[in-house]
Design a binder for this molecule. Structure first.
Ligand SMILES: [Zn+2]
Length: 246
């Protein structure tokens, strides 16, 4: 099933821009749902291969692999519009969720900027509340995937967590547990995860760097490794995720 939601955002210049969220559902054994999301917009004038063609690509790969499988939970895939102008797509989506739907949501998995950063991470809520992240980390270990979490070098972003700058934030605000996949490097500069690579600094939002040719030529093999690893991790997580007993 697909449906389109329209959002209207008035920019500072008074210009009205229309954007859409694209939603697809796969009914699972349980009618409780997991929302899997990635924004499909980019910063104006940027190819956006990393931010966020990569997230969209990994979700499409997972969808294809589930095609003939019965999944434990109902999966709601959402491609968000208008993330780059202030996470408008995900905020609109959560504003339309009924209390029943919120209660019926097991978790949200956000994928944003997966292929350029030096290291692969999964984040979640702090401590035990971050059970989706912890399950993803366990699965990564089992599958020998090179995925870790934010080491918490910066006290503003404690171990395992991250900032509210992507589409997971709107769901977190509703108390929905989340996991968020990203490639960056938390050891660099202000240790805020913004500078993704030692070699070329931040890639996202840069018209030269966030392009297929640049990433391919400057980081040979990285794109393929990241896409492969995150696809396996997403498929494993959605296949094995278990709600903790309350
Ligand atoms: Zn992004």
């Amino acid at each position: 099933m697909q449906k389109f939601k329209h959002l209207q955002q008035r920019t500072e210049a008074g210009e009205t821009i229309v954007s859409q969220n694209i939603i697809a559902k796969k009914i699972g054994e349980s009618d409780r749902q997991i929302i899997v999301g990635a924004h499909y917009d980019t910063v104006k004038g940027v190819q956006g291969v990393d931010d966020n063609g990569s997230g969209v690509g990994v979700i499409l790969e997972a969808i294809e692999s589930f095609q003939h499988k019965k999944m434990p939970y109902t999966l709601t895939f959402v491609f968000f519009g208008a993330e780059e102008i202030g996470t408008k797509g995900s905020e609109y989506y959560t504003s339309q969720m009924t209390p029943k739907e919120i209660q019926n949501t097991v978790a949200m998995v956000n994928l944003d900027s997966l292929i350029a950063g030096d290291k692969m991470y999964v984040y979640g809520d702090e401590g035990e509340d971050g059970w989706v992240r912890d399950q993803a980390l366990d699965l990564a270990k089992k599958k020998k995937l090179n995925v870790e979490t934010n080491p918490g070098l910066n006290p503003e972003y404690p171990k395992g967590s991250t900032g509210d700058w992507s589409d997971h934030a709107a769901f977190k605000k509703l108390g929905i547990p989340f996991a968020y996949f990203e490639a960056t490097n938390w050891a660099l500069c202000d240790q805020d995860g913004y500078v993704q690579t030692e070699k070329h600094g931040a890639i996202w939002h840069n018209p030269e760097k966030d392009s297929l040719n640049f990433i391919r030529s400057q980081f040979p093999g990285r794109m393929e490794e990241r896409l492969h690893t995150f696809s396996i991790l997403l498929i494993e997580l959605l296949t094995h995720i278990k709600e903790p007993k309350k």
